[in-house]
Design a protein around this ligand. Structure first.
Ligand code: FAD
Ligand code: UDP
Length: 365
């Protein structure tokens, strides 16, 4: 008899939700994690009462009542609403693109004036936008594209906007109201006490091993459980036999500052091309902290090489086609469930990862 029903590779949200639900079904699970901590990219490090979002700022937002009720079973959320500021060469603009932004950019006051300005600026494009540049200009006009989108996006993705898929920019709302809420979702907040509270609650009473990489002893791990839930990179599982999927890398620089308030809000984006980082996160503001010091993270996009931490999948046509081939291989793999942002190669938000994990639980039990 094998010791476990499920071996779960990776302790991010997908792995943790699956493990919790499997345990609820009286299944014995082991979670292995190659990093030295649990939680994947939502891991927080607490310093002096401030929860530092170690892999960049994370704001929970969802329109799914099911997912919202699910996470609230494990941790209470505060009423943080994300309303980042864009800093373009020292001038500040509200995000996402809304009447405040349009007023700051052009001095317009009414929605009609803003609409006219944008129509004027995107008159050159007709038909379906073919790439991010065309999509952005058709949504918000040339001025906003050039000051608030082009520099940020080309830094973030390391390629021209004309070579990026349009869907990336459609993540951001465009509103003709004076509303700086970055998300349109019904529910939003940050866990009180940080994301580790959620992770630890999900993994309560479940066997875990950190500093443990599946690929160090794959055969041994395959024999430890009846089934595997794999949340690592799908191409790595198949030893890159069909080629390597591309990712965008990130480098996080965390700094401590002896001030109680460094930038006046949790998120400031630097949208010019020259500043090497895309945004500065000031973590205490996620939980309205009153500490005498502060911690900030500068987020530097970077070229990704195999073997490094993979952050953003590059969902262009070439990579999507390669992913589909791997996905076909994955379907033939008996007794392995592939899930999460690396195994599904998807630009997933947290709520979508939870939804995906709950869906695979439903298929399984
Ligand atoms: P991960 O969290 O990546 O977990 C996978 C785990 O598997 C990792 O811990 C990894 O170390 C481990 N692993 C991989 N291979 C192996 C192996 N061979 N052996 C053992 N372990 C392995 N979402 C939002 O909803 N709101 C936000 O504001 C937001 N901000 C973000 C900001 C940044 C900078 C980034 C990068 C992402 C952001 N996200 C946000 C997305 C969010 O982080 C993800 O949706 C979520 O964390 C994905 O969970 P996961 O379990 O799929 O993957
Ligand atoms: N974006 C931009 N300017 C900004 C913020 C975002 O051009 O100030 C674009 C950029 O292309 C980015 C995309 O919008 O990749 C999605 O932004 P989001 O904040 O959702 O990115 P994430 O939080 O996932 O990094």
């Amino acid at each position: 008899m094998v010791p476990y029903d499920y071996l779960i590779v990776g302790s991010g949200l997908f792995g943790c939700v699956f493990a919790h639900e499997a345990a609820e079904h009286n299944k014995k699970c082991l979670v292995i994690e190659r990093r030295n901590h649990l939680g994947g990219n939502i891991y927080c490090e607490n310093k002096g009462g401030i929860n530092i979002h170690y892999y960049g700022g994370h704001i929970f937002h969802t329109s799914s009542k099911r997912v919202w009720q699910y996470v609230n079973r494990f941790v209470e959320f505060n009423n943080y609403i994300n309303s980042p500021i864009a800093n373009y060469k020292g001038k500040l603009y509200n995000l996402p693109f809304n009447m405040n932004t349009f007023h700051e950019m052009w001095g317009v006051i009414t929605p009609q004036e803003a609409q006219m300005k944008i129509q004027e600026q995107c008159a050159a494009f007709k038909g379906e936008p073919k790439n991010l540049e065309e999509q952005a200009i058709s949504l918000v006009g040339k001025d906003i594209y050039e000051k608030l989108i082009k520099g940020y996006t080309e830094k973030q993705w390391g390629r021209p906007c004309s070579e990026l898929p349009a869907f990336i920019i459609k993540r951001l709302p465009v509103r003709y109201t004076y509303d700086n809420n970055y998300f349109n979702d019904l529910y939003q907040g940050v866990p009180i006490g940080g994301y580790n509270v959620l992770i630890n609650a999900l993994l309560k009473n479940i066997d875990v091993r950190t500093n443990t990489d599946f690929f160090v002893a794959p055969d041994e791990f395959k024999n430890i459980a009846n089934k595997i839930v794999y949340t690592g990179a799908i191409d790595q599982y198949f030893d890159y036999t069909l080629g390597t999927l591309e990712y965008r890398g990130l480098r996080f620089e965390i700094e401590k500052h002896n001030t109680d308030n460094y930038q006046g809000g949790a998120v400031v984006n630097y949208t010019d091309k020259e500043t090497p980082y895309t945004r500065i996160i000031e973590h205490k503001h996620f939980e309205f902290g009153k500490q005498r010091v502060t911690y900030i993270t500068k987020e530097y996009p970077s070229t990704w090489k195999p073997g490094e931490e993979a952050y953003y999948p590059v969902n262009d046509a070439k990579n999507t086609a390669l992913y589909q081939k791997y996905s076909a291989l994955a379907q033939q793999e008996n007794d392995v469930i592939f899930g999460g942002r690396l195994a599904e190669y998807k630009y997933y938000d947290m709520d979508k990862v939870i939804q995906s994990a709950l869906d695979s639980v439903e298929r399984e039990f």
